[in-house]
Design a protein around this ligand. Structure first.
Ligand SMILES: [Zn+2]
Length: 289
């Protein structure tokens, strides 16, 4: 419960009452957007969407999987980040991130089911070094694409990233070309790829696989773009318009196809799969027979 500490002080003979609000750890959180104090249990029930301003809190990769899929099996590909540039402290950073998230890297990939549809799924986790893309993330994204291709099932990637991982230098940047090349094979095979952009999806990830979806959907108010607004403003030395690089702004300017709330995402995806007609088990069997 919020504890209200009340005390009185005399100010020029007038008695002033002050109420100090303290947010006890663990039970309540403050909305990062509107500042409302939210009861954590209710917020979790509401899929971590603020009931006052529709702000979508960052959630873990496993939480997304729980919200979106009816079945999920992780593809366990045992590869680990090396430290090719001998970047000081890099492997310690990876170790800390692994312990914090219970994940080996900034993305989980696997096969799953949404409604009647089989899918290949990749979900990024911003808590893991800012969802940055190094060689391992690039390889796992490519594996997920290849899995979709060999099984002829739709691919979904849920993105959350600050961009390429600077500690791996050019090897990180190479992942942009590698994942884009793999996606072009998927497009040639007419297998749909749906990219979901969450807050934030920026830089090298946005400039490669995140923006290459046949359908690109963003969560409300997500920050999307290559360079951040501050960098752009400093470079062009002009005021940026209101809401610049937010999901709604990007939709208005044709960069993305839709803005969909987290609670409506599953239904929306099923609608898209119905339209494409790829991945439904019965359809596949008919073709095979
Ligand atoms: Zn809010």
């Amino acid at each position: 419960m919020i504890s209200d500490t009340m005390w009185f002080k005399k100010e020029k003979g007038i008695e002033v009452t002050t109420i100090k609000r303290e947010v006890p750890n663990g039970l309540w959180v403050k909305c990062e957007e509107c500042g409302e104090i939210l009861y954590k249990k209710e917020l979790a029930k509401n899929l971590w969407i603020c009931e006052f301003c529709n702000y979508h809190f960052k959630i873990s990769a496993r939480k997304y999987i729980e919200i979106l899929t009816d079945e999920f099996k992780e593809l366990d590909i045992d590869i680990q980040t090396a430290n090719p540039l001998q970047f000081e402290g890099y492997l310690d950073k990876i170790k800390t991130a692994s312990e914090k998230t219970g994940q080996k890297e900034a993305i989980l990939i696997g096969e799953g089911k949404i409604g009647d549809y089989k899918i290949a799924l990749g979900v990024m986790d911003f808590r893991f070094v800012g969802g940055s893309m190094g060689s391992v993330v690039g390889e796992l994204v490519t594996k997920a694409i290849e899995f979709a291709l060999s099984n002829k099932i739709p691919l979904i990637i849920i993105n959350a990233s600050g961009g390429a991982r600077m500690q791996e230098g050019i090897l990180s940047l190479m992942q942009m070309a590698k994942t884009s090349a793999a996606l072009s094979e998927l497009a040639d095979a007419h297998i749909p790829y749906i990219s979901i952009l969450t807050n934030p999806t920026t830089a090298g990830v946005m400039a490669s696989y995140a923006s290459l979806g046949d359908v690109v959907i963003a969560e409300p108010k997500a920050l999307l773009g290559f360079a951040g607004p501050r960098v752009i403003q400093q470079t062009i030395k002009q005021e940026l318009p209101e809401g610049f690089q937010k999901a709604e702004f990007c939709l208005e300017h044709g960069l993305i196809d839709a803005v969909v709330s987290r609670d409506k995402l599953k239904k929306t995806l099923i609608g898209i799969f119905d339209f494409f007609g790829v991945g439904k088990e019965e359809i596949k069997q008919e073709i095979n027979n």
